[in-house]
Design a protein around this ligand. Structure first.
Ligand code: HEC
Length: 98
């Protein structure tokens, strides 16, 4: 019994860190972009299933001041301190959502 449990744990831990593992920073995005990137708000874009490269470019452009985000410049503030690795992780996760 014990070894079965051990095997199961081994199998689970052997799975690659998958698209189901939301990067910690992603939690802060859901209040506007909705669960899994499907917003309930009509003026917030759907980011679920978008191409990861497009998402990464958009986030980087907000961070680097190359893209304006509406009148409140809301995205600028939110991503001003994210690293390139954070951007990659966020873009891959939201891009993998259905
Ligand atoms: C306070 C609400 C709010 C939060 C929180 C928020 N966003 Fe946004 N986001 C917006 C709005 C509004 C826009 C549209 C802005 C514009 O006009 O460019 C947007 C745009 C975007 C876009 C561009 C989409 C496109 O189609 O070009 C991306 C990508 C994005 N957000 C990712 C994120 C990520 C990742 C997070 C979390 C780190 C996040 N957002 C947190 C409100 C928010």
């Amino acid at each position: 019994m014990r070894s079965v449990l051990f095997l199961a744990l081994l199998l689970i831990s052997a799975l690659p860190a998958s698209a189901t593992d939301m990067p910690a920073l992603g939690a802060g995005c859901l209040s506007c972009h909705g669960a899994g990137g499907h917003p309930a708000l009509a003026d917030v874009p759907v980011i679920a299933g978008q191409q990861p490269l497009y998402l990464a470019n958009a986030i980087r452009a907000y961070r680097d001041g190359q893209r304006a985000s509406g009148q409140a410049l809301v995205m600028h503030e939110i991503v001003k301190d994210v690293t390139d690795a954070d951007i990659e992780a966020l873009a891959n996760w939201f891009g993998a959502q259905q």
